[in-house]
Design a binder for this molecule. Structure first.
Ligand SMILES: [Zn+2]
Length: 243
């Protein structure tokens, strides 16, 4: 069966002399691993189209035991990411999260759109990296079934108090009166989390926070990812050493 789909390469491995095994997030079939035969051959048209973080139109042959890329035509290569170690590290962390949380063999247009938009903003430097990272983390977790309960205090239903407390294990927010433990957050950080999770995707990048609030947002988003997925990410560790 031939699958015609848009896809972004999120991992690449060389196989043998000239082949490449690429893991990609596809619009029509979620995360799949496919062989690109002869992709390392300098004459190959598939060379650039199957490189890491390249967004391409692909024709993929699916047989019972493997996928093979028949044709690949690049649409966007995110050239601005290359040569910037911190940006590559952050994009690699996004890829590791997709490998962990995006579906396989299922339509995945929303996941693809999130990745493409985040890479676009990262490449252009039009939003702080910490903001892009938080948007990717919270939005991805929400899509993948880990949407936190942050509309109101889970104890009494209050929408706000001067400080609210977020429990990263339970994914719940509580007010000053009801909380037992939890990470204290200002209402502006809670509002930003609500905005990221509930806003129309087209507007999700258009909010602003003070530097301090953005730092807290980045911290709580990351802690939520680590708590919910129950593992660490090598690219995240590397990102912290180079950012
Ligand atoms: Zn309460």
């Amino acid at each position: 069966m031939l699958i015609q789909t848009k896809a972004i390469v999120i991992k690449e491995n060389n196989v043998g002399e000239t082949d490449r095994l690429v893991t990609m997030l596809t619009e029509k079939a979620g995360v799949i691993r496919a062989f690109a035969r002869g992709a390392r051959n300098v004459k190959s048209k598939a060379l650039s189209a199957t490189r890491l973080f390249c967004y391409s139109e692909m024709s993929i042959w699916a047989s019972s035991d493997k996928y093979v890329i028949r044709e690949a035509q690049s649409i966007e290569v995110f050239f601005g990411l290359r040569g910037d170690v911190a940006k590559i590290a952050l994009a690699s962390y996004f890829s590791q999260l997709l490998l962990e949380l995006a579906p396989s063999e299922e339509e995945s247009a929303d996941y693809l759109r999130l990745m493409l938009n985040c890479l676009h903003f990262l490449e252009k430097d039009t939003k702080p990296a910490a903001q892009i990272k938080s948007i990717f983390e919270l939005r991805l977790l929400s899509m993948a079934g880990y949407m936190p309960a942050i509309e109101a205090c889970v104890g009494c239903g209050a929408f706000e108090s001067a400080r609210m407390y977020f429990d990263v294990q339970r994914g719940e927010v509580m007010c000053e009166k009801c909380h037992v433990g939890g990470v204290p957050l200002s209402i502006s950080v809670v509002s930003a989390m609500r905005y990221i999770i509930y806003s129309d995707f087209k507007k999700v990048f258009s909010f602003e926070l003070t530097d301090d609030a953005l730092k807290t947002l980045a911290d709580i988003s990351e802690r939520y990812v680590l708590a919910q997925t129950g593992r660490g990410y090598s690219a995240l560790e590397f990102y912290k050493t180079v950012k």
